[in-house]
Design a binder for this molecule. Structure first.
Ligand code: ADP
Ligand code: MG
Length: 708
C-alpha cells in the first residue's frame, strides 16, 4: 500500500510528504504533539500538513515607540541597551530575574521567572543593543516587561515578523516551536513546481505561485495578508477547491463512460398533462422541465437536483419528467420520505396521470398480501408506468421491467446509500432529487460537484407572506386565546409540538397532554397526528383536517414535509427554539397557501441562546427560502445543512465556504474545461494538476484515469 503510493506520487512532491520528524529539532515527543494538532494521530504528520495549518490571527508588533512613549498593556517592540543583570538573591530563589535596560528616554526592567541564568546572560549581553517585543506594564510607576515574546539582535530584527501570525495550538506545544517548524517546512517547498492554475485566471485574481502563497500566509507583511480574503490565502483555497472539483469531475466522467441509454419522446404525454392542469406552469417550472427532458434524452446518466422552496410546485415537474421516459416506453419511480407524503403525491398525480393515459400505482408498507403481489407483478410486467411510494420501493422483491428514472423527494431524509439502492433497480437509472431545503449553491457544488441543478424560484401564484411572531412560552394563555379567535372565524390551525430525539415517548406524552388540554377547551374540532400512529390513522386524521371536519390539528413534526391544506392559516410552534432554521421554514410553509392572511406564532422558552435568537429573528424577517438556507449555513457552519453530516464528504483545510465559496463555480468550470481538453491529464498542465490532486489528498481520483 505504502509502496504503491510512493511509486505513484511524483517524486518532486516527496519533500512535502516527508514526515515532520525529518525536520531538525522534531523528536518523537514533538512529532506526537504535531500529530494531534494536525489531525494525523496514529499516522506520521507530514510537512504538507503543517504548511496547510494556517494562522487564525496575528500579533501586531509594528508599534515601535521610544520607552518614554510606551503605552502600558499593549504590544510594543522596543530597542534597548542592556545595562546589567539582577539575578534573584540566593535567599529568595523564586523572586524574578531582572535585567535593566534603557534607551535615551527612559528605563525598562525585563523580568523572568524560573529562567536559567546562563541562558539570559547569552540572550542579553551587557552593553549591547537588543530588540524586545512584548507587553509592557507600569509597576510602581516603573516600566516593566515580563517574559517578552521575542528578543533579537540587530540581525534578528531584520527578520522579525512585525505582523506575527498566531496559530491554533495543542496543549504542550509552544508557539515558538510551531513557528520554528513552519519556517523549516517552508524551506522544503520545492522551488520548481509547475503551475497548475490557469495563467490568466491567476493574473486576474492577483494570485502568486503556490510556494509564494504559502510564504504569504505564514509570513504576512501586513494584517491584510493574514485574512482569508487575502490573495495568498485565496490562492490556496482555490487550489483546494479546484482539487475537489477536479476529483468530482473525474469521478463523474468515469461514471459516464459506464452509463447508458437515452429516452426518446416527442412530448405527447407531457402536453396532455399540461393541458389537464388547472394552472399554467411558472417560467422556472418550464425551464426545469426543459432541462430535465434534455438530460433524459441524452445517453449520459442524469444526476440533477431540483431545488424549490416549499410549495413551489416540484411535484408537477416530477410528473412531467416521468411522462418523458414513460412515453419512451420505460418506467419511473417517485419515492417520498413518509407515508403521508407518498399518498399526497399519489392523490395529486393520479388524476393527471390518468388524463394522459399513464398507469400509476402506489406502493408503501400498507399495501400487503394480494394487493401487493398484484402491484409487483404488474410492475415487472411493465403494466405500471409510474410507481409512487416510500422506502418500500427499495425492497428486494420490487422489480421493474425497465426503470429509467428515479425521483427522490426530500432528499435530505434519504441517505446516499438508499438513493443508490433505488438507482440500482434499473440500468443506468437517471436520478432526479427534489429538495425543499434549498441547499445553498456553495454546498451543492462541494458535495455533489457538477450535479446539475434546477431551481424553482418563483412562489406559486397566490402565495402570501406569513405574519410571524416570536412569543415567550409564559404567554401561552394569550396564544390559546388568539387560537380561539381564529377558530371562531372558521380558520384552520396547526399546533406543532417538538419531537426531541432522546425520547419520542416523552415528547409524545407532551403532545398528547397538549392535545387533551386544547380539546377540553375547544372540543371536537381538535385532533392529534403523530409519528407513532399507524399509517391509515394518520391519513384519516389528515383527511379530516383537510376536509374541515377538524380545525385544530395538534401534530408532532410529521407534518413537516409536503402536507398541503390550503385552508390552514395559523400555525403555533411550541418550543420553536429547539427547531433548526430550515425546519421552521418548512413548517411555516404549510400555511400561507390559501386566500387568507396567515400567522405563525413561534413559542419559545426564555431565555434564548444567541443562535436561537438569531434564528427566530431571521424567521420574522424573511420568507425567502434561499436566504434562509444561506443564513442557516452561516449559523450552523457548513457541516450540518444537509440535516446530518454526510459521511465521506471530505472537509476543507484551507477554504472557508463563507469566504471562498464564490470561487466554487470557477473551480467547477475550470475542472470541466481541463477534462474536456485533456481527459487523461497528460498535457503539461494536466501533469501539474496531478500534483495538485496529491497535495490535497484527492489522488484517489487519479486511479480512475488508469481504470478508464
Ligand atoms: P412542493 O414544491 O412543495 O412539492 P407542490 O408540488 O406540492 O410543491 O405544489 C404546491 C401547490 O402548488 C400544489 O397545490 C400545486 O397544485 C400548486 N402548483 C404547482 N405549480 C403551480 C403553478 N404553476 N401555478 C399555481 N399553482 C401551482
Ligand atoms: Mg413536495
Amino acid at each position: 500500500m505504502l509502496i504503491a503510493e510512493n511509486i505513484m506520487r511524483p517524486p518532486i512532491l516527496n519533500p512535502l510528504f516527508a514526515s515532520l520528524a525529518a525536520l531538525p529539532g522534531i523528536g518523537p515527543r514533538l512529532e506526537k504533539l504535531f500529530g494531534r494538532l494536525l489531525g494525523r494521530e496514529g499516522e506520521p504528520p507530514r510537512i504538507v500538513d503543517l504548511l496547510f495549518h494556517l494562522p487564525t490571527g496575528f500579533v501586531d508588533r509594528r508599534n515601535r515607540p521610544k520607552l518614554s512613549e510606551v503605552p502600558p498593556d499593549t504590544v510594543v517592540t522596543v530597542a534597548v541597551r542592556v545595562e546589567g543583570h539582577r539575578p534573584p538573591p540566593p535567599n529568595r530563589p523564586r523572586a524574578p530575574y531582572n535585567i535593566d535596560t534603557s534607551d535615551d528616554t527612559n528605563t525598562l526592567t525585563i523580568s523572568y521567572f524560573n529562567a536559567r541564568r546562563d541562558y539570559l546572560e547569552k540572550l542579553f549581553p551587557a552593553g549591547e543593543l537588543r530588540y524586545v517585543s512584548g507587553v509592557a506594564t507600569l509597576y510602581d510607576g516603573h516600566l516593566q516587561m515580563v517574559h517578552p515574546d521575542r528578543v533579537v539582535d540587530e540581525a534578528g530584527f531584520a527578520k522579525l515578523p512585525l505582523i506575527d501570525p498566531v496559530y491554533p495550538l495543542t496543549e504542550g506545544l509552544h508557539p515558538n516551536q510551531l513557528r520554528k517548524a513552519i519556517e523549516l517546512a517552508l524551506e522544503r517547498v520545492p522551488k520548481n513546481l509547475s503551475e497548475w492554475q490557469d495563467a490568466s485566471w491567476r493574473k486576474r485574481n492577483g494570485f502568486a505561485g503556490f510556494a509564494d502563497a504559502l510564504r504569504g500566509v505564514h509570513r504576512p507583511q501586513s494584517p491584510d495578508d493574514i485574512k482569508p480574503e487575502s490573495a495568498a490565502w485565496s490562492r490556496l483555497a482555490y487550489d483546494e477547491l479546484l482539487a475537489g472539483q477536479l476529483a468530482l469531475a473525474l469521478l463523474r466522467a468515469h461514471q459516464r463512460t459506464r452509463a447508458g441509454r437515452g429516452s426518446a419522446a416527442e412530448g405527447r404525454l407531457r402536453a396532455r398533462i399540461i393541458a389537464a392542469l388547472p394552472y399554467s406552469l411558472t417560467p422556472s417550472q418550464q425551464s426545469a422541465v426543459t432541462d430535465i427532458v434534455a438530460d433524459l434524452a441524452q445517453p449520459a446518466r442524469m444526476l440533477r437536483l431540483l431545488h424549490g422552496d416549499v410549495g413551489s410546485g416540484k411535484t408537477v415537474v416530477a410528473l412531467l419528467s416521468a411522462a418523458h421516459v414513460i412515453e419512451a416506453g420505460r418506467q419511473a419511480a417517485l419515492m417520498a420520505p413518509t407515508e403521508i407524503l407518498a399518498r399526497q403525491h399519489f392523490a395529486t398525480i393520479a388524476p393527471l396521470a390518468a388524463s394522459a393515459g399513464i398507469r400509476a400505482a402506489i406502493l408503501t408498507g400498507r399495501e400487503r398480501g394480494r394487493e401487493r403481489a398484484e402491484i409487483l407483478a404488474a410492475l415487472s410486467a411493465g403494466d405500471i408506468d409510474l410507481l409512487v411510494g416510500t422506502h418500500a420501493l427499495f425492497q428486494e422483491e420490487v422489480a421493474f421491467r425497465d426503470l429509467a428514472l428515479a425521483i427522490v423527494d426530500e432528499q435530505h431524509r434519504f441517505g446516499v446509500h438508499q438513493r443508490l439502492a433505488l438507482a440500482r433497480k434499473g440500468e443506468a437509472v437517471d436520478l432526479l432529487v427534489l429538495t425543499a431545503t434549498p441547499i445553498p449553491r456553495t454546498l451543492v457544488l462541494t458535495y455533489f460537484g457538477d450535479m446539475d441543478v434546477s431551481a424553482l424560484r418563483e412562489k406559486p401564484a397566490g402565495r402570501k407572506k406569513v405574519d410571524t411572531r416570536a412569543i415567550p412560552l409564559d404567554r401561552l394563555g394569550e396564544v390559546v386565546d388568539a387560537v380561539a379567535r381564529a377558530l371562531d372565524e372558521g380558520r384552520r390551525v396547526y399546533w406543532v409540538c417538538p419531537l426531541v430525539e432522546e425520547s419520542e415517548l416523552v415528547d409524545l406524552a407532551a403532545a398528547e397532554e397538549r392535545y387533551a388540554e386544547l380539546k377540553r377547551r375547544f372540543g371536537d374540532v381538535v385532533d392529534l397526528v403523530h409519528g407513532r400512529m399507524r399509517g391509515a390513522d394518520k391519513d384519516r386524521a389528515m383527511a379530516r383536517f383537510s376536509a374541515g371536519e377538524t380545525r385544530l390539528l395538534v401534530a408532532t413534526t410529521v407534518i413537516e414535509v409536503g402536507v398541503d391544506v390550503p385552508e390552514a392559516s395559523v400555525m403555533v410552534v411550541e418550543h420553536a427554539e429547539r427547531f433548526g432554521l430550515a425546519q421552521l421554514h418548512q413548517l411555516r410553509g404549510r400555511i400561507g397557501r390559501g386566500a387568507e392572511r396567515s400567522a405563525c406564532l413561534l413559542l419559545y422558552k426564555a431565555p434564548l441562546g444567541e443562535t436561537a435568537k438569531a434564528r427566530l429573528a431571521i424567521m420574522r424577517e424573511t420568507d425567502d427560502g434561499f436566504r434562509i438556507a444561506e443564513e442557516d449555513l452561516r449559523l450552523r457552519g457548513e457541516g450540518d445543512v444537509l440535516g446530518t453530516r454526510q459521511s465521506g464528504v471530505p472537509g476543507f483545510r484551507i477554504a472557508l465556504l463563507e469566504v471562498h465559496g464564490k470561487f466554487l463555480t470557477a473551480a467547477r468550470d475550470d475542472a470541466a474545461l481541463v477534462l474536456a481538453r485533456d481527459p487523461k491529464l497528460s498535457s503539461p498542465r494536466g501533469e501539474a494538476l496531478r500534483h495538485l490532486l496529491y497535495l490535497f489528498a484527492r489522488d484517489e481520483a487519479i486511479r480512475l484515469l488508469g481504470a478508464g
